[in-house]
Structures are given as C-alpha cells and as structure tokens.
Design a protein around this ligand. Structure first.
Ligand SMILES: *[C@@H]1O[C@H](CO)[C@@H](O)[C@H](O)[C@H]1NC(C)=O
Ligand SMILES: CC(=O)N[C@H]1CO[C@H](CO)[C@@H](O)[C@@H]1O
Length: 308
C-alpha cells in the first residue's frame, strides 16, 4: 500500500479519538505595541494569557533584526520566562544572510544551555524555499551545520505547504531532517471564508502526503502545521478572503479545530496583534496589513473563546 493512502484514513478515523487530538501552539512576536523589544517580564505576561490554552510557542529568530537598529534578544529574554511558566519554545534561526545566521547561532549556543529543558526545537528559516532564498540542499546544509553546533536539540525548518508538495523541500525529507513545519493559509490563496477550511485541509494533506510518501513512513518525520490563521478586524482583504474577527473566529473554530481533531499539531499565527508593525504595501501596491492577525489583541485579550 502506498504510504500516502494511509493519511486520509488516519485522518478520517481521528475525530472520535479525542485522546489523539493534536497540540495547539501559538506564534509569538518579539515586540511590544510600542515597538520596544519584549523583556522576560513581557514574555511572562504573554504566557499568563496563553497558558490556559497552550504549553508551546514558536518564535522566528534568536536575535530578531526586523528593526535593524533595534534587534531583540529573543532567546535570552524568552527562555527564563518559558522556564518559569513551564512553556516550551521553538526558537528560530534566520539563515537568510551569513550575518543573521551567525548572530542567531551564537545566541542559541550562549542561551540554550541554561534553559535547555524549555527548548522544544529550533527551526532554521521561515519560508526560505517559498521566497526562493535557498534551494533544498542549501537549506539542508545550514540545518546540518546547526545540528553540529547544537547536537542535543531537535532541528527543523518551516516552509509553505506547496514547497513540500512540489518537491522543492525533497532534499530535507530525504536528508535526515526530523522536524518539518508546514505553513498553510487559505487566506493568502484568496479563498472565501466558506471554502477556507476545505482549502486549508487540502493543502495540509497534499504537503503531508508527499512528505510521508517520500520518507516512506507516517511518523519518521515530525510534522506540524507551522502557521495558519486569518486576519481579524482591522486587517485587509485579499481577493475573496475577507478580513474580520467573525471570519477569523470561523476559520479557527472550523479549520484549526478540524486539524487538531485529526491529530495534527497546529501553530496558530499568531498569538497577539503586532500593532507596532508599519502598514506594509504589497507588490501590487495594495496594502497588506500584518498587524491584526492575533487571536488576542495587543493588550492580550482573547478575541473569541479560544478552544474547540
Ligand atoms: C474550494 O477549495 C477546494 C480545495 O482547495 C478547491 O479545490 C476548490 O477549487 C475551491 N473552490 C472554490 C470555489 O474556490
Ligand atoms: C543565501 C542567500 O541567497 N541569501 C540571500 C537571502 O535573501 C537575502 C535578502 O532577502 C539576501 O540578502 C541573501 O543574500
């Protein structure tokens, strides 16, 4: 039997087995609404808000240089708060340039040892294949380099579902990477909310099916939905995909909850609104608001009842 045929059957059988429900995690940003870098106390407040719903979060860069003149010491600041709250963290390395790779690697080597129990894994890169920044083999060599530096830590990557489905990530699947995060946004495919769940689940199935088929195993590689979500009130529409809190809640309750029911682990993008971000303008000149994707406001208030 082709391994890929196992997946739909396993998924179809899962909804009754609540014991097999997937784990929900959240992506957390590095900055406060003012743009200031989060401190350990700020992460502690984040975790107080999230703790009723999750025990794992993911971040993107150990030293977040999204604002180059004010880089955030994410690994240094988040790990003590995570240890105190008993939250696990997936830390990130931004490998896009030699400088960002080196800075993040050094920070991980410096700050992980004191709080290694709070580190679930490290991801090298976020959608680098999707952006065309690396080929599969180039990304694999970065991952393997980091494995040598952090031999006791699980190392993986996160990329868009279609880069797994279309073979771009094959070198990772056959090259021994044991953790793959699959991002899938029906919103960025311009889907109506009424078709968002179908699109999301179909995307995941295509990506995961390819990974399982190529690896020849359903559990040889740990797979998570690395990001999904929908912009709430204040966000922008994208084609037929309409922003708004009602739609975000609907996508959460239908799509995210269905994936969790299947037994898939899901990171919701994202925990808190990032109102510090500038209004960005997309390639077409249309605005692309990235400030209102939170399940919680920037004051850490839930926008709907989180839970399935
Ligand atoms: C709805 O989603 C499915 C699965 O992705 C897709 O095949 C179909 O074309 C979508 N329907 C519309 C009207 O876009
Ligand atoms: C290895 C590689 O191609 N790195 C490039 C990734 O993208 C950034 C800009 O987004 C370039 O500066 C890097 O050279």
């Amino acid at each position: 039997m082709r391994v890929s045929t196992i997946l739909p059957l396993a998924f179809a059988a899962a909804p009754l087995a609540s014991a097999a429900a997937g784990t929900l995690g959240f992506a957390v940003g590095a900055r406060m609404p003012s743009g200031a870098c989060k401190t350990t106390a700020d992460y502690a407040a984040d975790f107080s808000a999230l703790k009723p719903y999750t025990s794992i979060v993911r971040t993107y860069s150990a030293v977040d240089g999204a604002v180059p003149e004010n880089p955030c010491q994410v690994a240094e600041q988040i790990l003590p708060a995570a240890a105190a709250a008993k939250i696990k963290v997936i830390l990130g390395v931004w490998p896009d340039t030699d400088d960002s790779y080196k800075t993040d690697k050094e920070a991980l080597q410096k700050y992980i040892p004191a709080n290694a129990d709070s580190v679930y894994a490290v991801t090298v890169g976020s959608e680098t294949l999707y952006r065309g920044n690396f080929t599969g083999p180039e990304l694999l060599s970065r991952i393997n380099d980091l494995k040598k530096a952090l031999p006791d830590i699980k190392i993986g990557t996160a990329d868009s579902w279609n880069k797994y489905q279309d073979g771009t990530a094959d070198a990772l699947i056959t090259g021994g990477v044991k953790l793959l995060l699959v991002n899938a946004f029906a919103y960025w495919q311009g889907q109506k909310i009424t078709n968002a769940t179908a699109t999301y689940l179909d995307d995941l199935q295509q990506a995961i099916g390819h990974i399982q088929e190529l690896s020849g195993s359903i559990d040889g590689i740990e797979i998570w939905n690395g990001e999904t979500g929908w912009p709430a009130d204040g966000g922008d529409d994208y084609g037929a995909a309409k922003a708004g809190t009602d739609n975000a809640k609907s996508f959460y309750k239908n799509g995210v909850c269905a994936a969790l029911d299947w037994g898939l682990n899901v990171f919701y993008f994202e925990a808190f609104d990032e109102t510090w971000k500038p209004q960005s303008v997309g390639d077409s000149g249309s605005s692309a608001d990235e400030r209102h994707w939170g399940a919680f406001t920037d004051q850490r208030a839930a926008k709907w009842s989180i839970g399935c």
